[in-house]
Design a protein around this ligand. Structure first.
Ligand code: G6P
Length: 371
């Protein structure tokens, strides 16, 4: 084969390790340091058309849908355009209202996922404008859309998507900055984000360098029958993606929740047998996040806290059930991508410990091309 896992144990691990290079490729030639903006010529949209957008609707399936949620968050935060993501598999069945001033964004690694493709066709049939965030050049979705951003992640073979997701996230960051800079995002804010984006490939590498430590944590998590992944606001789609990866390759039940909603249900399930992986970035919600984690520690629920070096866990650090994992800080709007990386390695090493086929989990396909 012209593309094989080579010296790596699996395609998934190879693709995880390729992320710094993939991140550089998706950003290459698209950042403008001088004006603190991004250039996305493939969108086929001039400044006036970009300004006329009143809403952004993102469509994708599986992990692409979760990255879409992260993207919607960035677009709202940086461009102040109302944005949300929806599972493409549900979209067309509710006879959606298609608006001329909405920008529809289809996200897909393969460009062949049938539900995403049919959503694109339905929107275009009703006169909507759709752009694609697609990895495979010339794929069905890439051919159907009005414009787009190619991800340049390179071939991805493992069913569980890793490097393609990272490039999707970065493409959303570029889109958010470009849409922001024709609105109220200032040149200095734009430059702050461009500088942060340029630092990300190296920051991803520093997380990959902690693989051994993450593998040890994964060995313990793999013993649990059921786990929670929790985060708030920017961290919530990260938790969803983390739970998805974990369940699809380790076959352990993993459920994502907003940390703020724990007290409305899941706390009833917390005991020493049910671990929680919690995302606690340094942001405006750190203290509230930590308060919720005390509720878990009080019930002796094992906790893996993924956080930033300058976050003080306070009393929590004394609990024997608490493990701390650190990722470097970016700018707060871009933190989610760095929080996602350790979750990939936790899922990967949990599946490896359980002696499962990490590249080809049972019952799942790399791309779902029939309805
Ligand atoms: C399948 C894969 C997922 C992927 C999803 C969407 O479910 O197992 O890893 O996220 O399809 O695929 P796409 O090619 O559209 O990104």
């Amino acid at each position: 084969a012209s593309y094989d896992a080579g010296e790596h144990a699996s395609f998934m691990r190879k693709e995880i390790l390729e992320q710094p290079a993939a991140a550089e490729r998706v950003l290459r030639g698209r950042l403008d340091e001088r004006f603190g903006t991004a250039h996305l010529g493939g969108l086929n949209m001039d400044a006036r058309e970009s300004r006329a957008i009143r809403r952004v609707k993102i469509l994708g399936c599986g992990s692409a849908y979760y990255v879409g949620q992260m993207g919607a968050g960035m677009i709202e935060e940086l461009a102040r355009i109302p944005a949300n993501a929806e599972a493409a598999s549900e979209f067309r069945y509710r006879n959606p209202v298609i608006e001329p001033d909405t920008l529809y964004v289809a996200v897909s690694q393969s460009g062949e996922t049938i539900d995403t493709l049919l959503a694109v066709q339905e929107i275009r049939r009703k006169g909507g404008r759709v752009v694609g965030l697609v990895n495979v050049v010339g794929s069905a979705i890439a051919r159907e859309v009005d414009g787009g951003i190619y991800l340049h992640a390179g071939p991805e073979v493992a069913v569980a998507s890793t490097k393609a997701l990272t490039t999707m996230y970065l493409a959303f960051a570029l889109l958010a900055i470009q849409l922001g800079r024709v609105r109220d995002l200032s040149i200095s804010e734009g430059r702050r984000l461009v500088t942060a984006l340029q630092a990300l490939p190296e920051q991803i590498q520093t997380i990959l360098d902690t693989e051994e430590e993450l593998a040890a944590v994964a060995h313990r998590l793999a013993q649990a029958r059921s786990l929670f992944f929790v985060g708030r606001v920017r961290g919530y789609p990260v938790a969803r993606e983390g739970a998805q990866k974990f369940k699809e390759i380790s076959y352990r039940h993993a459920e994502a929740y907003q940390t703020s909603e724990l007290k409305h249900g899941p706390l009833a399930l917390i005991d020493p047998e049910v671990p929680t992986v919690a995302l606690v970035p340094h942001d405006e919600l750190t203290d509230r996040n930590l308060a919720a984690l005390h509720e878990i520690a009080a019930r002796r629920g094992p906790l893996v806290v993924i956080t930033h070096p300058d976050v003080d866990l306070g009393d929590l650090a004394q609990h024997p059930e608490v493990t701390r994992i650190e990722v470097p800080r970016s700018e707060r709007e871009l933190d989610p991508i760095l929080l996602t990386i350790p979750l990939q390695l936790l899922a990967y090493h949990a599946a490896l410990t359980l002696d499962l086929d990490v590249d080809k989990p049972r019952n799942l396909a790399k791309s779902v091309t029939v309805e």
